[in-house]
Write a protein that binds this ligand. Structure first.
Ligand code: ADP
Ligand code: ZN
Length: 440
């Protein structure tokens, strides 16, 4: 069986997406790979197919413990022999799952990075012949990234401790050039083939709305998009409750999701959204990792998030089906204050905090720029930008722009001729040709 047969047989798809085939071929040939591909590009298949083709087992290191069970269940339903180990699995059971990997009863074993701390478990793991190690969400290894996980730092030591080095592959959706370099070094992937597909999502239109009455805006927007699916992201649980109550009171079929809710309620909320029982989900950033809903038509940020990495990931949950979708950020000056507070509360070290501020400043710059919003994002992630997108908020308002150079020149001349001694209202009076006594 070749990659195309596996694609058809296990996943039911007829053709690979751009780049998937190249990534898979490189891995199958035994090359290390680092792939930076946007959310929705189809990264999972890029390592799942080689895992099925390789003779021995594959381990996949992933930080998303809460999703592992679902991911593995989905694979099992597709007939792919997979399992997972993390802190929720009793010790004996996790050793049993390793045995299954050893025997070839399973081909893919998902693992939390904490499991790589040296232990009896890792001793056993080192005895299992492995064809590949996959590092998912690989940006977590970098302290310059937005989701640093210290346990990701152990991955390289673990790989180096193995009697035989398997193929090593790393995947992420977002990486600035700095994070990319750090990932290479920290994971020992200096020689890896790097695949970077463009991060551009041409079907998304970006907009920043500054100083709006946020609640009115949300109500109006949601009402005029009643039949469409959308997500409203808030920075705090309290804001989630406020917006959720507002929508419910106005008879809108909204759901809510944040980490303070019971597991069962969260699962239900996610399911209601997936099956379109609710059209709009009000949520914190806890919502969305791993949701695979393709027809989300809009993502509104009720408050500014902490970084462009977070913003692009969350906004990127719109339009995974490729159809036109809107990403709107409602910005007010207070938002930065909330994020600064959250940074100060987070008890990280000095360097970490500096980076957080650096990212926050870039986020604020995005909210205040007057140039193309899409290009601003792409440039931040180190991509070459060419033409403005033509359909973001700034490109569109630019079309209605008027040239006020002549008027501005006149204003400055007047200020100078009055020796910069008077305030704005007097200058305005002069320019209007007022005959008031002072002016005369
Ligand atoms: P990522 O991890 O890059 O965000 P996923 O691996 O979750 O993306 O894939 C996104 C969606 O695209 C999934 O529903 C997946 O089944 C689908 N998909 C992936 N590859 C293909 C393909 N070649 N043809 C059609 N759909 C695909
Ligand atoms: Zn634009």
């Amino acid at each position: 069986m070749g990659p195309s047969d596996v694609l058809k047989r296990y996943f039911g798809y007829d053709a690979f997406r751009p780049r998937q085939r190249e990534v898979i071929d490189a891995i199958v040939k035994g090359e290390d790979v680092m792939a930076i591909m946007p959310t929705g590009a189809g990264k999972s298949i890029c390592f799942q197919i080689p895992a099925l083709l390789f003779p021995h087992g594959t381990i996949i290191i992933s930080p998303l413990i809460s999703l592992m069970k679902d991911q593995v269940e989905t694979l099992t339903e597709q007939g792919i022999p997979a399992s997972f180990v993390n802190s929720t699995i009793p010790y004996e059971e996790s050793i049993e799952r390793l045995r299954n990997l050893y025997r070839g009863k399973i081909k893919l074993l998902y693992m939390a990075p904490e499991k790589l701390e040296p232990s009896y478990f890792t001793q056993c793991l080192a005895q299992v012949p492995l064809s590949m190690i996959v590092i998912d969400e690989a940006h977590c290894v970098s302290q310059w990234g937005h989701d640093f996980r210290p346990s990701y730092r152990k991955i390289k030591d673990f790989i180096d401790s193995l009697p035989r080095r398997p193929v090593v592959t790393a995947f992420t959706a977002t990486a600035t050039p700095l994070v990319e370099a750090d990932m290479k070094e920290s994971l020992g992937l200096e020689k890896a083939r790097v695949f970077r597909t463009g991060l551009d999502r041409p079907n998304l239109s970006f907009r920043v709305i500054q100083g709006a009455a946020k609640e009115d805006f949300i109500l109006r927007y949601v009402k005029s998009h009643k039949k469409e699916s959308g997500i409203i992201y808030c920075a705090t649980r309290k804001a989630v409750d406020t917006v959720y109550d507002l929508l419910r009171r106005r008879g809108i079929n909204a759901g809510r999701y944040h980490a303070g809710m019971e597991d069962e309620d969260r699962r239900q909320a996610q399911e209601d959204f997936s099956f379109d029982n609710v059209t709009v989900m009000v949520a914190t950033n806890a919502f969305g990792m791993g949701i695979d809903k393709s027809n989300v038509r809009y993502v509104i940020h009720y408050q500014m998030p902490k970084s462009l990495e977070a913003y692009y990931q969350e906004a990127g949950r719109a339009g995974r089906d490729g159809a036109k979708s809107e990403c709107i950020l409602l910005y007010s000056g207070q938002d930065a204050g909330i994020q600064r507070y959250l940074i100060e509360q987070g008890n990280q070290d000095e360097d970490q905090r500096k980076m957080d501020y650096h990212r926050l400043n870039a986020m604020v710059d995005y909210c205040q720029t007057t140039s193309c919003l899409r290009n601003f994002i792409l440039a931040y992630f180190g991509e070459k930008v060419t033409e403005p997108c033509g359909h973001c908020g700034n490109c569109e308002s630019g079309k209605g722009r008027v040239d006020i150079t002549d008027m501005a020149v006149l204003v400055f001349k007047t200020i100078r001729s009055l020796h910069e001694r008077f305030g704005a209202s007097l200058i305005a009076d002069v320019l209007h040709g007022s005959h008031s006594r002072t002016i005369v």
